[in-house]
Design a protein. Structure first.
Length: 317
C-alpha cells in the first residue's frame, strides 16, 4: 500500500496573527501604559513614577454619595454617551440609506463615483469652517428662524436651534455620516446580486430582503462604520465646544481643558483610558462579528429561502 503523504496545511486562524500583533503593539500596549501611568504622581511640569490612588480619588470625588445628585464625572460620561448614541443612530440610518441607494439603484459606475464624490464635498473645508457655517443658519436671527417667522409658523425665534444638544448632534451627524457611508457601501458592493434575485424569486418582499439578506451581509460594514463614528465622537471637543457654546461637557472637552491648563498629570489619561476601554469592547464585538459572518455567510441564502418557503407556490396550488 502506498503511504499517504501528509502535507502541512496552516490553519485559517493563523492569518489573524499579523493583525493581532499590530493590535497588541498599537492598542493593547499603549492602553496598558496609560493604565500604569494613571497611578503615578505628578507635578505641574512632570509625572513621577509612583503608585497612588489620588488621581482616581480626584476623578470620582463625591460620585458615590448621590446626596447632591450625579457628580461632574458621571454627568460628563452621560453627556458623552448621549452624543455618541444619537450621532451613531442617525448616521447609521442616513449612511445605510445613502449606501443602499448608491449600490442598488444607481447602475452606472461613473454616476456612482460622481454621487459618492458629492458626499465628500463637506470634507473639502476644515471642521472649524463647517461648524461656524451653522451659526448664520441656526442662530436667533439666523436664516431658519427668519424663514419660520416670515411664514408665520412661529412667533418668536427658537432658542434651542443653536448652542444646545440639538445643534451638537446635528453638527456631528453632518461631520461623520461619511464615515458610516463608506464601509456600508463597500459591504453592499460585495453582495452577490444573484442572492437578491433568488430571494425575489422565492417570494420575498423588499422589506424581507433588506432585513434578512442585505443587513446581515452588511453587518461587518455597519460595525466598522460604528467604530469610526463612536471613536471620533468620544474624543471630539471642537464641535461640542463651538456648537454647544462652551456650555456642554464631554470627555474629549475635559481632556482638552486639562491639557490647555498645562497640568502635566495623569487625570486626563484616566478619562481617556475609560473611553478607550469602551472602544476595546466595540472592537472586540467587531472581531467576533467578522468571525461569525465569515462562518455563516453561506447560510444566509438558505435562511431566506426558509423564511419565504410559505410564499412559494406549489404544484397543487
Amino acid at each position: 500500500m502506498k503511504e499517504k503523504i501528509h502535507i502541512f496545511q496552516p490553519k485559517l486562524s493563523w492569518l489573524a496573527i499579523p493583525f493581532a500583533l499590530i493590535f497588541i503593539a498599537y492598542f493593547i500596549v499603549p492602553l496598558t501604559l496609560t493604565l500604569i501611568v494613571s497611578f503615578w504622581d505628578y507635578t505641574e511640569y512632570s509625572i513621577i513614577p509612583d503608585f497612588i490612588f489620588g488621581n482616581y480619588v480626584y476623578i470620582f470625588q463625591g460620585c458615590f454619595s448621590f446626596e447632591d445628585g450625579l457628580c461632574l464625572t458621571f454627568k460628563t460620561y452621560i453627556s458623552t454617551f448621549f452624543f455618541c448614541f444619537f450621532t451613531w443612530l442617525i448616521t447609521l440610518i442616513l449612511g445605510f440609506s445613502v449606501a443602499y441607494f448608491l449600490a442598488f439603484y444607481v447602475n452606472s459606475l461613473p454616476l456612482q463615483i460622481t454621487l459618492f464624490l458629492i458626499c465628500t464635498i463637506p470634507f473639502w473645508t476644515s471642521n472649524v469652517i463647517r461648524m461656524v457655517s451653522w451659526i448664520p443658519l441656526l442662530g436667533r436671527n439666523g436664516l431658519v428662524n427668519e424663514t419660520l417667522i416670515s411664514f408665520g409658523l412661529i412667533q418668536e425665534p427658537i432658542e434651542w436651534l443653536l448652542y444646545s444638544s440639538f445643534s451638537v448632534v446635528l453638527a456631528l451627524v453632518h461631520l461623520y455620516t461619511l464615515f458610516m457611508i463608506v464601509p456600508i457601501f463597500n459591504s453592499m458592493l460585495r453582495i452577490d446580486k444573484e442572492v437578491i434575485e433568488a430571494a425575489y424569486d422565492s417570494g420575498a418582499n423588499q422589506f424581507q430582503i433588506i432585513t434578512n439578506v442585505i443587513i446581515p451581509l452588511c453587518k461587518p460594514g455597519i460595525i466598522i462604520g460604528s467604530i469610526f463614528v463612536i471613536t471620533v465622537v468620544m474624543g471630539d471637543f471642537l464641535t461640542i465646544g463651538i456648537m454647544g457654546g462652551q456650555q456642554l461637557a464631554s470627555i474629549g472637552k475635559i481632556i482638552n481643558t486639562e491639557h490647555l491648563s498645562k497640568n502635566i498629570n495623569s487625570k486626563p489619561d484616566i478619562i481617556l483610558m475609560h473611553g478607550d476601554l469602551d472602544q476595546v469592547v466595540t472592537i472586540d464585538a467587531f472581531l467576533e462579528a467578522i468571525d461569525f459572518f465569515g462562518k455563516n455567510n453561506y447560510k444566509i441564502e438558505s435562511k431566506i429561502f426558509k423564511n419565504c418557503e410559505h410564499r412559494i407556490p406549489t404544484e397543487g396550488s
